[in-house]
Design a protein around this ligand. Sequence first.
Ligand code: M6R
Length: 601
Amino acid sequence: MCGIVGIASKRQDVENDILNTLANLEYRGYDSAGIAVLKNNNILCKKVVGKINDLRNLVSDVDLSSSIGIGHTRWATHGAVNTLNAHPHFTENIALVHNGIIENYDEIKSELQKEGYVFKTETDTEAILFLIDKYISKGLSPLDSVINSLKHVVGAFALAIIFKNYNDLMIGVKKGAPLVVGKSDNHVVIASDVTSISKIVDDVIYLKDENIVQIKSSEIELFDTKGNPIKAEFTKVQKSLSNDINKNGYSHYMLKEISEQPMVIENLNSNYNNIIEIINEQKLDIYKKIIIVACGTSYYAGLVAKYWFEKFTTIDCMVYTASEFCYLKKRLNKDYLVICISQSGETADTLASLKYSKSLGVKTIGIVNVPKSSIDNEADYCFYTFAGPEIGVASTKCFTAQLTVLLKFILGLAEINNETDHDLISKISYELSSINDKINEVLSKQSLIAELAEYCAKFKNAIYLGRQNAYPIALEGALKIKEISYIHAEGYSAGELKHGPLALVDENMLVVVIANSTSEVYLKTISNMENVIARNGNVIIISDKKLDIKNVKQFVMPSIIDDLTPILYAIPVQLLAFYVAKEKGTDIDKPRNLAKSVTVE
Ligand code: M6R
């Protein structure tokens, strides 16, 4: 999704820090970028379709030196990818950058057109641009112009605005999309996330929804949307964040993040060895109905959790994709606990589901990787996944981190409620504490996966199969390969194959089978695989049991208790997707059309 930055400085070189911050925001996903500065009290704006390096090239011989400016990475929502639609947008009076959506832009546009405003772009952004411009033209102060404009606007968004003739004034707005304000001795900075500015600021304010920030001569003032002052609360910036966003010698963030999984799981094993205390303190053991809401990979983590809830507890667990759940209008009551899983903590659909649940008085908990994110702020309690920044658009370490937290939580509930044999819980907990040996074994054999990937890369279509707790891993494997290698892939529960998808299988179909031999349905999965072989499908099996079947390729896994299949078997499916994408030469960390943090519904 779009990334925004605004910098007001005591120095005259904000353009460099704006461009560097935009580079740090690249991971969010974007298709065009731009920068605007105030130069001799006039707005000077440059935009490109393409990457930040293209923007750097464009401005290399333009004098953008200034003490104030804004920048933007655009992920197109309204209007084609072109420089006209790219941000910043500007008038005679103001320039602004915008992340999120102005839902009623059409209505505002019609009104403003009647007043003579001529819309040139296909964006929703011009609606708020011209609204603010209108109030400035009427003589209102910049702050009052923003406050008055917000009264007309519906949607979830964040803004950074600079004003002609005010070379020391910048205003930011947070309303449903992320925005932070940072400061150092030289700079005050507005940005979409703290990681992107951690090198250039020392303290940060995590803005709350409906906060307006005014930066005037380096002074930071906060207001609500009625203009009432609000006290600013600063937090020290963790300087290590800027190291976490380096590739540390890896060719890609995705590979780095896949490789970090043992460290992440080790951290979680120690950070949550008090899970029973947390459950007791938060009174989470009283619920018999749990709803999990999430999107994409986080949703698949929820699907795995459902298997664990059903096996280890008597809790009824329902899992929904957030975009469906928030409009289902399910009749929730205080008997339900709603768990929202989100790496970014900003996913608009998940956040909307959380707000809906809260509005019915339901207790909500989050499982997030980004502290102080919107879901962290809104939920009654949050479990952090402590995985460090995840930059690759394809989620990897956060998936296994979510699974680890969920399993520890579910085993904790089972233990408190005395619903599962204590020895089984101890065995799983013990195996979880030593799973890193097995993950490291898989990571050490990635050259074998790279060889398989060479073979897989020639296929246009793939089916991933798994049963029981391996079924969500089949879904996750298919999502991973489609999002970064653009091979069309679908995940099915292996038992469903014969009910339709088998019709697709012929000598052109790749079929990846996930089958841990310690599963009670292992032999059934193998039978389903035989159906594929009989129809000339091209099979790769990921399993701990060495098979010798003609034309079937295999990646041999370490042996593991079936309950931990989802965590361990996630690793080879991630690696397979990575190496297939590498083979195909795609932009692995920033796949086309996708965004890391999906802040629009
Ligand atoms: O930040 P979230 O976990 O809420 O994001 C949810 C999905 O957008 C995300 O998992 C997406 O599916 C990933 N690109 C998958 O790799």
